[in-house]
Design a protein. Structure first.
Ligand SMILES: Cc1cc2nc3c(=O)[nH]c(=O)nc-3n(C[C@H](O)[C@H](O)[C@H](O)COP(=O)(O)OP(=O)(O)OC[C@H]3O[C@@H](n4cnc5c(N)ncnc54)[C@H](O)[C@@H]3O)c2cc1C
Length: 417
């Protein structure tokens, strides 16, 4: 990666943070990651993330981490070890509901050990019959003296069943997404159990069974029946950084393919001298650059407090699609070599499919998919509602362009060649 790969506005210290994190991941974290048991929490890796000062950076003393820092760290980690990146991101996702909505006591109890990598955190929203449709959650939180009892099953929960603490979303009243409440539940609470699950790419994930788990009142996060906004506030912060993780993987694939095309010879010359190959590399480079610009732009907007819904969805959608495209192209350029078990591209190919999962993909038309989100925002703008800071968005012109007889299908003048 060179200077030209970064957004022009990004200061040197931020570029350095990304490059140093990438080096650290490659040299120090990847060897620890390789020794972990596939599909289970790798505690030495989490401790290494703490000791090398990566995890503590998402828990600054002054409050929540900036989206930009999150993106720099996630792209850097993904460039050196996707396992380290995953472990890092899940710690943040699992513990941010506590940091954003927990009492001082809960924050004091859980944030320092999560930041040092001593305690493992999990974010438990999905259930066997409620994934995309989070409003259909059926895990119950029944009111009892001094608190609640949680009953039901969560599924596809990263870090389950090994996590030390979970942010769990359960139903406290009827009314779809409006009747959910968020709770902090220690993993060793009576009535908590679970089983690991095996995925296409090794990922610490499993089920979480809640058999009448008692949760005291002071372990409620935010307000009762407002758990959905706890989940959304957490996911909003992390949204653009999903794109950063994807860009990190795509960058590695691009570099690997470029190196291979320079060395591998076919018909008496290096692969890169075949136009079909060099154009694939060129397109990959263009896509990675565009994805990175989108990601850091969305992160900067978020940090400035601007409305970021559309920008973050575009960044996440484009970056995850880019990662899949670039990794696939890199594999193609490698022929059989990239398919060998243990090859970096074989690993990335499975990882990107497993992580850029259901919601990220363009083909999904679910309400919560980035594509649906972008479309909703486009339509919202046509209604000229006031912007968040009082600015109004003018309705689009349709039909005739002022002063011109020309008309195009989308209501804009034809673009001059
Ligand atoms: C690697 C990995 C880690 C995960 N970690 C966690 C975690 O830590 N915590 C957690 O709570 N969950 C986690 N999940 C679960 C994840 O959030 C769900 O997989 C996701 O919400 C989709 O739910 P589902 O798998 O039940 O698919 P479904 O909701 O059953 O959807 C199946 C397909 O139908 C599509 N679809 C659904 N509704 C519509 C609609 N209205 N219109 C059009 N298409 C639709 C979906 O887009 C999808 O393609 C993880 C998943 C993976 C793969």
């Amino acid at each position: 990666m060179g200077l030209e790969d970064f957004p022009r506005w990004m200061p040197e210290e931020q570029r350095d943070k990304l490059l140093q994190t990438r080096r650290l991941a490659l040299e120090e974290l990847a060897p620890v990651a390789m020794n972990g048991e596939p599909g289970r929490v790798n505690r030495p890796l989490l401790r290494a993330l703490g000791e090398h000062g990566v995890l503590p950076q998402i828990f600054p003393s002054e409050g929540p981490v900036s989206a930009l820092t999150l993106c720099l760290l996630r792209e850097g980690l993904a460039g050196g070890s996707t396992d380290a990146e995953t472990a890092f991101a899940l710690q943040g996702l699992g513990s941010y509901p506590i940091l954003l909505f927990g009492s001082a006591e809960l924050r004091q109890r859980w944030i320092p050990p999560v930041a040092s990598g001593e305690a493992v955190a999990g974010f438990a929203l999905t259930e066997p019959d409620a994934g995309t449709d989070a409003g259909a959650l059926s895990v119950r939180a029944d009111r009892v003296d001094g608190g609640y009892r949680l009953v039901g099953v969560k599924k596809w929960i990263s870090n389950a069943p090994d996590a030390d603490v979970y942010s769990i979303f359960a139903r406290t009243s009827d009314g779809g997404a409006r009747g959910l409440t968020a709770f902090v539940v220690p993993g060793d609470s009576e009535g908590v159990s679970g089983e690991p699950l095996e995925l296409l790419a090794p990922h610490a994930i499993g089920t979480l069974e809640l058999d009448g788990v008692f949760v005291p009142d002071d372990h409620v996060l935010g307000e009762v029946d407002h758990g959905f906004s706890v989940a959304m506030r957490t996911l909003d912060l992390f949204r653009a950084s999903v794109g950063a993780f994807a860009v990190g993987m795509a960058q590695v694939a691009l570099e690997t393919a470029t190196g291979y095309a320079a060395e591998r010879r076919s018909f008496g010359k290096p692969l890169r001298e075949f136009q079909a190959v060099s154009h694939q590399l060129a397109e990959a480079a263009a896509r990675v650059k565009a994805a990175r610009l989108l990601v850091y732009d969305a992160a900067a907007l978020y940090d400035a407090g601007d409305r970021v819904t559309k920008a973050a969805a575009i960044a996440k959608l484009y970056a995850t699609e880019t990662a899949q495209w670039v990794i696939d192209a890199a594999l193609q350029i490698h022929g059989a070599a990239g398919l060998e078990r243990g090859h970096i591209l074989e690993h990335l190919y499975r990882d990107v499919r497993g992580r850029a999962s259901t919601k990220e993909r363009r083909r999904s038309s679910a309400r919560s998919s980035p594509a649906s989100c972008i479309a909703r925002e486009l339509l919202r703008c046509t209604r000229a509602r006031p912007g968040r800071r009082g600015r109004t968005v003018p309705p689009p012109r349709t039909g005739r362009w002022p002063g011109s007889g020309a008309r195009s299908a989308c209501g804009r003048p034809p673009i001059a060649p």
